[in-house]
Unconditional design. Structure first.
Length: 291
C-alpha cells in the first residue's frame, strides 16, 4: 500500500477498515487475537498473517497480571509494567492506537480500555476485526513488528476513578448506589452453566447485557443510536458514571464500555476481577436466575 497522509482526525472508539487503511502509516496497530480454550491460537494466527506493521500482544501475558488464585483470570497488570509494554511498541502521546481481534472486538476492547486507563485517548477498535480488513481487500503480512527498548513516559492511571473493587461491590449490594452490568452470555449470568469459574451465577443486583448484543449479524457494531437506546433502557435513569461493568474476567465487560462510549454514554467503570474473582471467595453472595 502507498504511504498514507497524516490523519486529520483521531479515533476514540471505532475505526473502519477503510479508515484504518487511509492512516495506517501513522498508527500503531495491535493484534489482540486470542482464544480462551487455546492460549497460543492468537499468536499462531498472527504468524500466519496479520495487518501489516501490527504488533502482537497476548491477553494472558501482556494485558494481564500473574494469577494468584483470588484475583480473577485476567487481573490488570501493574500500571508501570503496562506502560513499559506500550513504550515497547513505540507509543508516544501523538500516536493513534488501533486494536483488532477476530472475536467481534471482545479482546481488542480490553486493550482499548487499558490504553485509556493509562491516559491515552487516541485509541480505537477496528470494527469487524481482521475479517473486515480482509473483506475490504487489504493485505495481510507475515513480517513481525519489532519492539523497541525505549523507556515509558506514560502517565500512571488513577485507578480509583476507573475501576471498582470486590469490597465496594459487596457494600453496594445493600446501597444499590451503582448498577452492575454483566456482559456474559445469559445462561452463565443466570447460573444455568459455568464452564470456567468456581461457582455459577452473578453478583446480586446485577443486570445482564451480553456483549454480543452490541453487534450485528455480520460482526460489525450496531449503529450508535441503536446501542444508545438499548443502554438507556437498561440504565433506567442512571448516569453512566453509576454503572460498573463486569463479565467473566474483566475482558468482555470492556466491550460494553466501548459500546457505551461509541453511543455517547462514556463514563462507566470496570470491575477488573469480575465473576472469576468474585466467585473465588465462598463468603461472597451469589444470585441465580434473573435479577
Amino acid at each position: 500500500m502507498q504511504a498514507s497522509p497524516a490523519p486529520s482526525q483521531t479515533f476514540n472508539t471505532l475505526i473502519s477498515a477503510d479508515e484504518l487503511a487511509e492512516i495506517i502509516d501513522h498508527c500503531i496497530v495491535v493484534d489482540c487475537r486470542h482464544e480462551l480454550t487455546d492460549p497460543e491460537a492468537g499468536q499462531n494466527a498472527y504468524k500466519e498473517g496479520h495487518i501489516p506493521g501490527a504488533f502482537f500482544l497476548h491477553l494472558d501475558k501482556d494485558l494481564a497480571a500473574p494469577l494468584t488464585g483470588s484475583n480473577g483470570r485476567h487481573p490488570l497488570p501493574d500500571p508501570q509494567s503496562f506502560a513499559a509494554t506500550l513504550a515497547s511498541i513505540g507509543l508516544t502521546p501523538d500516536k493513534q492506537l488501533v486494536a483488532y481481534d477476530a472475536a467481534g472486538g471482545m479482546v481488542a476492547s480490553r486493550f482499548w480500555w487499558m490504553a485509556r486507563w493509562m491516559g491515552h485517548q487516541s485509541v480505537a477498535v477496528l470494527d469487524g476485526g481482521v475479517g473486515s480488513w480482509q473483506k475490504s481487500g487489504f493485505p495481510l503480512s507475515k513480517e513481525a513488528a519489532v519492539r523497541s527498548e525505549q523507556s515509558s513516559s506514560a502517565p500512571t492511571p488513577d485507578t480509583h476513578l476507573s475501576t471498582v473493587t470486590a469490597q465496594a461491590l459487596l457494600e453496594n449490594i445493600k446501597s444499590s448506589s451503582m448498577l452492575v452490568v454483566d456482559a456474559r452470555a445469559n445462561p452463565r449470568f443466570m447460573g444455568e452453566t459455568e464452564p470456567m469459574d468456581a461457582r455459577a451465577g452473578h453478583i446480586p443486583g446485577a443486570v445482564n447485557r451480553p456483549f454480543a448484543d452490541n453487534l450485528r449479524d455480520d460482526g460489525l457494531f450496531k449503529p450508535a443510536p441503536v446501542i444508545k437506546a438499548d443502554f438507556l433502557q437498561l440504565l433506567d435513569g442512571r448516569a453512566p458514571q453509576d454503572i460498573v461493568h463486569s463479565c467473566g474476567s474483566g475482558v468482555s465487560a470492556c466491550h460494553n464500555l466501548l459500546a457505551m462510549a461509541y453511543a455517547g454514554l462514556d463514563g462507566g467503570r470496570l470491575y477488573p476481577g469480575s465473576w472469576s474473582e468474585w466467585s473465588s471467595n465462598p463468603d461472597r453472595p451469589v444470585a441465580t436466575g434473573q435479577a
